[in-house]
Design a protein around this ligand. Structure first.
Ligand code: PLP
Length: 497
């Protein structure tokens, strides 16, 4: 399938969209149209397992790729997950369902896409006849970085550099990244927040000088962030699979609508849910859950996106984001796919930190999205109560989503106009990824050491400690470099040598 830019006339093949990562002029690639999944096709997928379902869905977007190769790559990718289902759906006694996306090699949902991304990239290069080696650069709010490092470590012909906000990730996230093996990877702390990190990476992408340097070194630059469709679209699959699991388990009838609640930062995960809906999956409302950095909540309620506001560090660091990259793709859809208007709005955002949508566009979005915020106290309370009531521990990001889902369900309860539908809460990380904050939420105890947190959570919940968490404990710290945001390219130069 062809991909078009949100900001201009470009039109490229799937491999080109993946290998380049980003369109010209700062635009993002989006599928030329949303491929439809009919009711019959949905029913056909019922008996399939996750990799097979994913091959059907992804194949619709990436039809230039060999179908069997793609299916084999997906099978291999998800074989690295713990347990026999990479995206299990768990029913809570309260009636909501948890879609657990944290059973991959780094314990966060980024593994769902990044496990298959190396194949998409490598095969894409082959299809395009690219001779250069690949340089993957990523900004991370904590989890993308580790998932990208793990996915590419030791792979031939690829180098990976990850930038993370020095003070803006959990200790465990930092430890996971800085102990990463592999001669082809590098990790750099940036003295700034995630927005500055992401901006720095985007600048490198746009700069002719940087690109020329990278080319001269024999590399082609690409991105592992969800601005890359190779990262974004594999995420569509778990929305389909969760729905099918509900049908298989006789929880809903085929065709009945369900809601999803998604803890949101860069808007990649929830956008994939929106794409699933546009492809014909019976989705009612997509709940966009934010922490105290509630720029998206305000946007969905008022139509005004205003990033000029205080930035807060919260206990859900992967959602501490004020410039939500993938929102551009939604704004593009809201405008009726108007590239000039989208470019104009994004230019405004870059220069004034703000843009707004007219009422007909925002009310269109409000038909699909509901947005709300969970404060730090709400999140702690929710994690505590859920464990006390149902014995189910969740991580801090998922806690934000659960709090928002509960607020929404209460609102619906009082509102005779709204329809109550099955609710799927997307669980994006293992509780062991932010062990100190989770332990605090569960017990009120503060511990300085991440592994003390892990141990106590294990004693309290009996939840298995994933290998990925255990294994970083005794590994040496390999990466210690920290730079200011304007020195990110220099760090990249040092890495390429
Ligand atoms: C990345 C991340 C999020 C936010 O996802 P987006 O796609 O950026 O909206 C939420 N929770 C966790 C644990 C994450 O790693």
């Amino acid at each position: 399938m062809n991909f078009v830019s949100t900001r201009g006339e470009e039109r490229v093949s799937a491999p080109e969209a993946i290998v380049r990562g980003m369109a010209g002029g700062g635009g993002l690639f989006v599928p030329k149209r949303f491929p439809e999944v009919s009711k019959e096709e949905l029913a056909d997928m019922l008996p399939l397992d996750y990799p097979e379902r994913a091959a059907r869905i992804l194949g619709k977007y990436f039809d230039e790729y060999d179908g069997e190769g793609l299916a084999a790559a997906l099978r291999a990718a998800y074989a690295k997950f713990e347990g026999n289902d990479p995206a299990p759906l768990v029913r809570m006694e309260s009636g909501v369902y948890m879609l657990e996306l944290f059973h991959g090699p780094t314990c966060a949902f980024k593994d769902m896409a990044l496990s298959v991304f190396p194949y998409l990239l490598k095969e894409g290069c082959k299809l395009l006849g690219v001779k250069e080696k690949i340089l993957v650069a990523a900004a991370t709010s904590g989890d993308t970085g580790k998932a990208a490092l793990e996915a590419f470590a030791g792979k031939e012909g690829v180098k990976v550099i990850v930038f993370y906000p020095e003070e803006g990730v959990s200790k465990m996230q930092k430890l996971q990244m800085c102990t990463q093996d592999g001669e082809n990877v590098n990790v750099v702390a940036v003295r700034g927040n995630f927005d500055e990190c992401q901006n720095g990476v985007k600048k490198i992408f746009r700069s002719e000088k940087c690109n020329a340097y990278i080319k001269e070194k024999g590399y082609l630059l690409t991105s592992a962030n969800s601005i890359n469709v190779g990262r974004l679209l594999p995420q569509v699959c778990y929305y389909f699979s969760a729905y099918l699991d509900l049908v298989s388990a006789d929880q809903i009838k085929m065709g009945e609508k369900v809601d999803f609640c998604v803890p949101t930062g860069n808007f990649g995960n929830i956008l994939a849910g929106y794409y699933a809906k546009r492809m014909g999956l019976p989705v009612g409302t997509l709940l966009c859950a934010s922490n105290k950095n509630c720029v998206l909540t305000d946007f969905f309620r008022t139509g005004i996106y205003d990033a000029k506001r205080p930035f807060y560090r919260t206990m859900s660091p992967s959602m501490d984001i004020l410039i939500s990259s993938n929102l551009e793709r939604l704004v593009f859809e809201a405008s009726g796919r108007n590239t000039a208007l989208t470019a104009e709005r994004m230019k405004q955002l870059a220069s004034t930190c703000r843009f707004s949508l007219p009422s007909e566009e925002i009310s269109g979005l409000q038909e699909s999205f509901y947005a709300a915020t969970a404060s730090e106290d709400d999140t702690v309370e929710c994690i505590y109560e859920f464990f006390e009531e149902y014995g189910y521990p969740m991580d801090t990001h998922t806690g934000v989503a659960m709090d928002v889902a509960q607020k929404y369900l209460e609102k619906i309860e009082d509102d005779t106009m709204s329809e109550k539908r099955p609710m799927i809460v997307v669980s994006t990380a293992s509780p062991y990824k932010c062990p100190q904050d989770v332990l605090y939420a569960l017990t009120g105890n503060d511990v300085k050491d991440s592994f003390k947190g892990v141990k106590r959570i294990h004693l309290l919940t009996a939840m298995k400690v994933p290998e990925a968490i255990k294994s970083v404990r005794y590994k040496p710290i390999r990466f210690k470099t920290a730079v200011s945001p304007d020195k990110m390219f220099s760090a990249l130069q040092t890495f390429l040598g």
